[in-house]
Design a protein around this ligand. Structure first.
Ligand code: FHN
Length: 575
């Protein structure tokens, strides 16, 4: 691929085309946003009441979509408001949890797709103050609690989807007729945007979602309104039509790429499989996984926005609290390797380590303990000293022939992520061309850990660094999705590193190169053979086409439930 088309593809992918140079207020806010790295997302609304169950039936999928999934009529869903009384809500507890977790910003749903305002709105009576027995404005309390703790406060607002309104997108069971968005925007969206930007102090950002079908003019007006009220309020890319200040990846989607110069970006992610509270979703992620992902995202130049879904009583689930406090404990010791760092100068290489940078210093995040030696290739800057951040214990090293070898103890200092401080003689690390960020190796490994686990059954296991329990292939579930380098362009042969019990033989692997909402660009398949439970590398027949338009690589199994025992460590694309 030519460098010019590579760059164009990258810019398109990040929706950064036609981005104006930010005005001074926005530029300053972006710099702050870049420094703080880690935030709390809160999905809280009426959907916390049914909590994933409707009329005694378990409802699959994310909890806040229950109205849509069950096609609950507006009148019936509205009835939830009469029962919504979160008497255990304590804004100080929530904000303190964010502080304890080391989170520096907080974004909460002022209105999700169900159309219910979680703040006191004059623009619509369908709001928490007027329509519920609670009668308090939790957002007022929360913005104040955040301000007291120096936590930047922001609002999520679903601008296009609104299942409560005829002019909002999504509800075709109550409103089958053709939708006209403009009256909805004028009567509800614009007045509510004005309210949330006027009545809750300084908003660090506004988080729009699922941009859908609004026109360029409508979106431009929306942006204009935000900026006229609070010029420094950042706007995320889900406003649509490129009218944003910074970019979101997909949900739980961490790109493989190290982005350095292409604008600020953020990964929104869940602690389990839902955003809004679901009583039976206990598929909690391991704090180790989340700490490693925070390091991974930071090393690639992004921010990590981790979600909690409080109950209808106003309580953040204990499991979420425990996870967040564990992350906070790690950050207390290792925070200097995350906040105010710049991205790694190295190409992403496996899942052993990631790097973040400050002037004259690399922080090497050791995510998978490699034994008594860690070798880094490509660092040209002279290493002057090395030590562990957690205990200041010096680490011996040898540097020669473009390699640095660090002598490590047998066991990790911190199993979650041991940070090795590497001081160098240059302010900005120098890295050999072959190892620089953006270089794609001839054999490109895509580890299960780097993927987005799709479906409610798939699990990741650190002990074997593999994902398992795929059950059967479905487009929407039980799969691994990778977001590969946008510069990939060609046909690749594919290898899989996997194990499976002999009894599972006979099912099939399937990997497709997918464009969201369109036909796959390419696909390969291969039979699963029994491996006596040992990890083996298997080459699949055929070649997989991947283009810059590929949004994600989709891995799944076809066959019956026997394939649940298959464990997948990685796929490798070979050029
Ligand atoms: O549909 C929403 C979903 O409910 C949730 O709010 C996530 C968070 O990023 N955004 C949308 C899906 O991408």
């Amino acid at each position: 691929m030519k460098p010019v088309s590579m760059l164009a593809a990258l810019l398109t992918a990040l929706c950064l085309t036609a981005q104006p140079t930010p005005d001074p207020a926005t530029a300053k806010a972006l710099q702050n946003f870049d420094d703080i790295k880690f935030g709390m997302f809160i999905h809280w609304g009426l959907y916390a009441l049914p909590a994933g169950e409707w009329k005694g039936k378990y409802v699959r999928g994310i909890g806040e979509w229950i109205m849509f999934r069950e096609k609950i009529p507006v009148k019936e869903y509205e009835g939830l408001a009469n029962q919504f009384n979160p008497v255990k809500f304590d804004a100080n507890q929530w904000a303190q949890l964010a502080a304890d977790a080391g989170m520096k910003y907080l974004v909460i749903t002022s209105k999700h797709h169900d159309g219910f305002a979680m703040y006191g709105s004059k623009a619509s009576p369908y709001n928490v103050v007027d329509a519920t027995p609670f009668h308090r404005d939790p957002m007022k309390e929360l913005s104040a609690a955040c301000a007291q703790r120096n936590i930047d406060f922001g609002f999520y607002y679903s601008q296009d989807q609104d299942w409560h309104e005829a002019g909002g997108r999504g509800n075709n069971w109550d409103f089958p007729e053709k939708r006209d968005a403009q009256p909805y925007l004028e009567k509800k969206v614009f007045p509510q945007i004005k309210e949330i930007l006027s009545n809750y102090g300084k908003l660090s950002l506004i988080w729009f979602d699922t941009p859908g079908l609004l026109s360029v003019k409508q979106v431009t007006d929306l942006r204009g309104m935000v900026k006229s009220l609070q010029p420094s309020c950042l706007i995320n890319s889900r406003i649509g039509h490129g009218r944003h200040d910074y970019t979101q990846t997909g949900d739980n989607a961490i790109p493989q790429q190290v982005y350095t110069k292409d604008g600020k970006w953020e990964v929104p992610a869940t602690l389990n499989d839902t955003w809004g509270f679901k009583k039976n979703d206990n598929n909690w992620k391991d704090p180790r996984d989340l700490i490693a992902k925070l390091a991974d995202v930071t090393s690639k130049g992004g921010n990590y926005l981790l979600n909690v879904g409080p109950t209808a009583e106003g309580v953040i689930p204990q499991a979420s609290q425990n996870i967040l406090r564990t992350i906070g404990g790690w950050l207390k010791v290792n925070g200097e390797s995350i906040y105010r760092t710049t991205p790694s100068p190295f190409a992403v290489n496996g899942i052993t380590w990631r790097a973040t940078v400050k002037p004259g210093r690399l922080y090497v995040h050791i995510l998978n303990w490699p034994g008594t030696n860690l070798t880094m290739e490509g660092l040209e800057s002279k290493v002057t000293s090395a030590s562990f951040l957690a205990n200041n214990v010096p680490v011996k090293f040898k540097q020669s022939g473009g390699k640095v070898s660090f002598e490590l103890p047998e066991k990790a200092v911190d199993a979650n992520d041991t940070v090795l401080v590497v001081n160098i003689a240059d302010q900005v690390p120098r890295v050999a061309a072959a190892h620089r960020a953006g270089v794609i190796p001839a054999r490109l490994d895509l580890y299960a850990w780097e993927s987005r686990l799709r479906g409610e059954e798939v699990r990741y296991d650190w002990a074997t660094t593999s994902a398992t329990n795929f059950k059967k292939f479905e487009q929407e579930s039980n799969a691994l999705w990778w977001y590969p380098y946008k510069a990939l362009d060609g046909s690749y042969s594919v290898e899989i590193t996997y194990s499976c019990d002999n009894a599972a033989a006979g099912s099939k692997f399937r990997i497709s190169s997918d464009i969201r909402g369109a036909q796959s660009v390419g696909q390969v398949e291969g039979a699963i053979e029994g491996t006596d439970g040992k990890f083996v590398i298997k080459k699949l027949p055929g070649r997989l086409r991947v283009t810059p338009a590929t949004d994600f690589l989709n891995f799944g199994l076809s066959g019956d439930d026997r394939s649940a025992s298959v464990k997948v460590q990685k796929i490798t694309l070979v050029h």
